[in-house]
Design a protein around this ligand. Structure first.
Ligand code: ZN
Length: 163
């Protein structure tokens, strides 16, 4: 896992798909030496809080993060509600959305796959979208695609009429 495709550190291949990212020296360094920040964090946690901080901050965090990510493409295709009549079995699942910072609004994502915003209703907490909006306000993110209010309601209305 430290070498090869799993690290996505093949800059030549990356340049074909994301040339702007591959020109950024910091991102290229981070991709090549992705283990350095993790080792620094692990050392810091060991110094500050000993073995418990190390175990919770490195291994428990990674375990929860990976399971939450995998739940998005497994649980949200079995359990939850369907707002949009997509051609798949995707569902919105609030529990997965909480663990995955909003990715659990998976039926919304399948209905609008290019939208950065997954939580479309006010009660659908989407922490990732809040972060993206903050980055936009700071001028650090541009050209962000999201579904507009009109699109959401027109699409929901169309879906309810066809069902
Ligand atoms: Zn899916």
């Amino acid at each position: 896992m430290l070498v090869g495709d799993a690290t996505h550190s093949d800059i030549a291949r990356c340049s074909r798909y994301a040339p702007d990212i591959c020109r950024d020296r910091y991102l290229v360094w981070l991709s090549k030496y992705n283990y350095v920040p993790l080792i620094l964090l692990a050392a810091l946690l060991l110094v500050v809080g000993g073995l418990p901080f190390f175990l919770w901050g490195i291994f428990f965090r990674a375990t929860i993060g990976l399971h939450a990510t995998w739940m998005v493409n497994s649980l949200t295709h079995f359990w939850g509600t369907r707002r949009f009549a997509t051609r798949d079995d995707s569902r919105n699942n609030w529990f997965v959305a909480l663990l995955s910072f909003g990715e659990g609004w998976h039926n919304n994502h399948h209905a609008f796959p290019t939208s950065a915003r997954h939580g479309l209703a006010w009660y659908e907490l989407d922490v990732s979208w809040i972060g993206i909006r903050l980055l936009q306000m700071l001028g650090l993110a541009r050209h962000v695609r999201s579904v507009g209010i009109e699109t959401r309601f027109n699409r929901a209305e169309e879906d309810s009429l066809t069902n």
